[in-house]
Design a binder for this molecule. Structure first.
Ligand SMILES: *Cc1c(COP(=O)(O)O)cnc(C)c1O
Ligand code: SF4
Length: 394
């Protein structure tokens, strides 16, 4: 039927193809954006230039994209902490015509951020409560989270730490990690330090090195990792100099925040390759976001693309109940279904763990499809990814 119809349409001379809007292919060449058309390629590749030239106002952004009323109002309301900041690089990935563009929704504030959902909190994971020293969160006995800075290249509209990150009036170099480092030094149980933020790679090489060196000098810290989003939002930050510095402190694991396959551009791939070639094991962290990556085929594509650039999918997070993020939150069933569609259907390496960070400070709790149907007297009734039943006898 459909084929016959299609044939008919093809044969018909009266059918005129609708004029498609001339949509530019993304990512745009930066010279295609009037705001940047005269920029020297050396400047474009300079991460400091990218940071200095971030888009922070309606006036600048509306020169490039057709803003909706919801966006315009959202940008004006997002002042101070969690103000809008979009690197020129990230801007080239935004669809200027489509307000539902996943890249755009992650970076352009909307009025929906001022609507507070019923169970939302300022600090849902109770990080401030579990902080024994400035910059430090100590939740699990053997590892700590060190929030090295409040700065990021781009402020993700779904950010869990919106209470902490962003431009701060009482800013300045609040890079005094001495108490945090002393706390780690005095606690021999801490074998794992996760340096995150904000984005620790926003620090200058020398300052970051000082911190890493201090932590490395603690003999009971055997595992050191960095959490960053800069290979995605500011890949120019991954310079030869940075990589050489970090290499001195190997082994160093790096977790990168990725949410959508469109984020994996040629430029991002170069940054990840530089890190992988220098021997840093790379992992991904993804936040499950409504209308952005909540469909199984998009998540699968993201995981496949990550493996191709040597990033091992690590976690998918349920979007934390942070104030003003209701419009991004999916039901938990959506996340479980995504794992159901991955496990067994693709390479095991492409399957991250879906976790809910227990509200009130429970830590990351894995949730996923149930494959164990019953368990009694040494008899395990299991189902496989296709729903077939198998019995394992102990
Ligand atoms: C996520 C997190 C860690 C690290 O957890 P892993 O499951 O080991 O990756 C450590 N401390 C805090 C407070 C965290 O939120
Ligand atoms: S990079 Fe991380 S800390 Fe920074 S705004 Fe995005 S989610 Fe928040």
């Amino acid at each position: 039927m459909i084929e016959a119809q299609a044939q008919k349409i093809q044969n018909s001379t009266t059918v005129v193809a609708p004029a498609l809007p001339t949509r530019k292919r993304l990512p745009l060449d930066y010279q295609q954006i009037p705001l940047f058309k005269d920029i020297n390629p050396l400047d474009w590749e300079d991460w400091h230039w990218q940071v200095r030239n971030r888009i922070t106002s309606v006036e600048q952004l509306s020169q490039v994209i057709k803003l909706t009323a919801e966006e315009m109002e959202g940008i004006k309301k997002a002042r101070g902490r969690m103000g809008m900041a979009i690197t020129p690089y990230w801007l080239t990935l935004i669809d200027p015509e489509d307000a539902s563009c996943p890249i755009r929704r992650q970076s352009v504030p909307t009025v929906y951020e001022s609507q507070i959902g019923p169970h939302e909190m300022v600090d849902p994971c109770a990080e401030d409560r579990d902080s024994p020293a400035p910059h430090l969160v100590h939740r699990y006995p053997d590892r700590v989270l060190l929030l090295a800075t409040e700065q990021c290249a781009m402020y993700c509209r779904h950010c869990t730490r919106r209470r902490l990150v962003g431009e701060n009036k009482r800013t300045g170099a609040n890079n005094n990690w001495d108490a945090a480092v002393e706390y780690i030094r005095a606690n021999r149980k801490i074998r794992d330090v996760l340096i995150s933020g904000g984005d620790p790679l926003m620090l200058e090489d020398g300052i970051l090195e000082e911190l890493i060196k201090k932590i490395r000098s603690i003999s009971h810290v055997e595992f050191l990792r960095i959490g960053t989003r800069l290979p995605v939002t500011l890949p120019q930050r991954i310079t030869e100099g940075l990589v050489l510095m970090l290499k001195k402190y190997s082994p160093l694991w790096i977790s990168i925040h990725f949410n959508h396959p469109k984020e994996i551009t040629k430029r991002c791939r170069i940054a990840c390759e530089m890190l992988a070639d220098s021997g840093f094991p790379l992992g991904s962290q993804t936040v499950l976001l409504k209308g952005i990556n909540d469909r199984p085929f998009i998540m699968k594509k993201l995981m496949h693309e990550l493996l191709r650039i040597r990033v091992r999918p690590y976690y998918i997070y349920q979007c934390d109940p942070v104030k003003g993020t209701q419009h991004f939150r999916t039901p938990v069933a959506t996340g479980i279904n995504i794992i159901e569609k991955l496990r067994g259907h693709t390479s095991g390496y492409a399957v991250p763990t879906y976790v809910i960070d227990g509200p009130g400070g429970g830590g990351k709790i894995p949730v996923g499809p149930n494959y164990l149907l019953s368990q009694a007297k040494g008899k395990y009734v299991l189902r496989n990814y296709r729903g077939k039943i198998y019995t394992y006898l102990e």
